[in-house]
Design a protein around this ligand. Structure first.
Ligand SMILES: NC(=O)c1ccc[n+]([C@@H]2O[C@H](COP(=O)([O-])OP(=O)(O)OC[C@H]3O[C@@H](n4cnc5c(N)ncnc54)[C@H](OP(=O)(O)O)[C@@H]3O)[C@@H](O)[C@H]2O)c1
Length: 256
């Protein structure tokens, strides 16, 4: 069994949960970070069933002290870190003219700074293992819309920040990339559709059904689709993928 250890943020639900469970096949231990302890415990059961040790840390990554504590607890428990997979994200979905300063700050606090701090604090440990980091961005980085201004802005910033970490990683021996999912059916996607539907004159059920063909895809992504991409990038076969912004979206973005 592998001794390697991965930290997965956002592991209580959606893409993070699926990724944690998928990585249990490749890692000896998976550290699960999010706020909801009950949901994390359910992910932990699935991780153990898939063959890895699971270590739950329920914490709010917006809190500047949390990232350091997550790294310290991980090293205390396992003594090493081989991968940091930053998936936690909950950027407010509000129109560009209505976003308050607090909502902008909140969007950056978790998805950008939470991920940045976790990566910075884990960096020395990652250097020792020639480890890997993935940041989760999203298609909106390339298709900003007024209705979801902050999500797009944070996602674009994440792609740039990942590049900067990747640049440092080429000298420090740490592989860094970002992943840009398209529409993946999760709790967050459902809440997006609750705002998308009235804006497009539809009921939520109707919007859920019509959205894939409206954006030119055959189906919603599954969290497991993105989890497989994460696992490939982290695997030996993905070792030379460095500083890339990897889109997986069923063909949603039509631009070159
Ligand atoms: N689904 C999509 O279509 C899509 C498309 C593009 C990009 N993405 C990105 O992919 C990532 C995962 O999305 P998802 O759809 O899987 O979302 P989700 O189902 O809503 O899951 C979000 C995860 O983030 C965690 N989280 C939220 N606030 C947190 C906080 N303050 N501290 C720690 N953890 C926190 C949540 O756990 P708790 O609530 O337990 O804290 C949960 O585990 C996000 O960054 C999202 O922007 C998703």
């Amino acid at each position: 069994m592998s001794e390697r250890i991965a930290i997965v943020s956002g592991a209580s639900r959606g893409i993070g949960r699926a990724t944690a469970i998928r990585l249990a096949k490749d890692y000896g231990g998976v550290v699960l970070v999010a706020r909801n302890a009950e949901l994390l415990e359910s992910t932990a059961e699935a991780v153990r069933a898939a063959g890895a040790e699971a270590f739950v840390i329920d914490a709010d990554l917006r809190d500047p002290a949390v990232a350091k504590s997550v790294v310290e607890q991980t090293l205390g428990r396992f003594g090493r870190i081989d991968a940091v997979v930053n998936i936690a994200g909950a950027v407010p979905q509000v129109d560009v003219l209505d976003m308050t300063d607090e909502q902008w700050d909140d969007g950056f606090a978790l998805k950008l700074h939470g991920a940045r701090r976790l990566t910075v604090h884990a960096w020395d440990a990652l250097k020792k293992t020639n480890g890997s980091v993935i940041f989760t961005s999203g298609n909106s980085a390339q298709t900003p819309k007024s209705a979801f201004a902050a999500v797009a802005t944070v996602n674009a910033a994440i792609v740039a920040m990942a590049k900067a970490f990747a640049d440092r990683g080429t000298t420090d021996g740490v592989q860094v990339n970002s992943v840009l999912p398209g529409p993946v059916m999760t709790d967050r996607r459902r809440s997006y559709m609750e705002k998308y539907a009235p804006a497009h004159g539809m009921s939520v059920e109707e919007a859920l059904e019509k959205f894939p063909s409206q954006v030119g895809i055959t189906r919603y992504g599954k969290p497991e689709d993105i989890a497989e991409l994460m696992a490939f990038v982290l695997s030996p076969a993905g070792n030379w993928i460095v500083g890339s912004a990897l889109r997986m979206d069923g063909g949603e973005i039509k631009a070159v």
